[in-house]
Ligand binder design. Sequence first.
Ligand code: SAM
Length: 260
Amino acid sequence: MFMEKFIAKKKFGQNFLTNSAIIDNIVNSANVNSDDLIIEIGPGKGALTSKLVKKGCQVLAFEIDTDTKPYLEQIASDNLSIIFGNFLDADLKEVLSNYQFNNLYIIANLPYYITTPIITKIIASEINPKQLTLMVQKEVADRFCAEPGNKEYGYFTVKLNYFFNIRKLCSVKRQYFSPQPNVDSAVVVFENKDYDKTLYKKFDELITKAFRMKRKTLKNNLGSDLFNKLLPELMNNGYGSDVRAEQINLETYIKLAKLL
Ligand code: SAM
């Protein structure tokens, strides 16, 4: 079939993956069974999708750009459904109620301009994916995987690690995309973990306050009353009264949230 040359759209973050080893690495990161469901965000011209459908489980893709239709039609398959629309506008619980599946996986070479809103939406919609495999900008991957004390460690690091065990799968050079972006990338795997659902609201309130002003101490960010209430537990965990939010590990934040 004749197809006009596809002109990538910057406004949709279109940088298509061209390296087959990286594509295989991403696809193989999901150990799915035939009764599982994979959501792909932004299939584009189908570089990942064409391999995901071969895994045998159902694949549901959300793509904002209808110009990709001719490409995606070429990989049409009984186990592939495509919703053309903005993933951020989708009612995920409603959409998923039409599917029967065991575990949910999410895979995406993300449009970088909406990395944070997409991950925030996935968490907020409570669809509980077993695993996410996401291509993100290298610096963002470093932030997700940062350890306490590292300058990349921040509010979003602590928040994401509440829900997932996070690891970097591989680095991806900018040369492996077409068109080439201005940044290098990395693939990050998020595995779901047991977390206390009932504590999350307090936990989020605490870390929001704790990381309010980067340069300030925890005492300054929390205010004296709250800080003094938490100080004994902080000291039990080896932290002093001049501690800063970026030095405190997840386990300690969880213990502190239980005191609120
Ligand atoms: N998966 C393809 C690949 O790896 O070559 C394309 C990845 S490209 C970085 C991001 C894709 O997400 C594009 O196809 C773009 O049109 C799509 N996209 C951008 N914003 C979107 C949104 N809000 N909802 C759904 N898809 C979106």
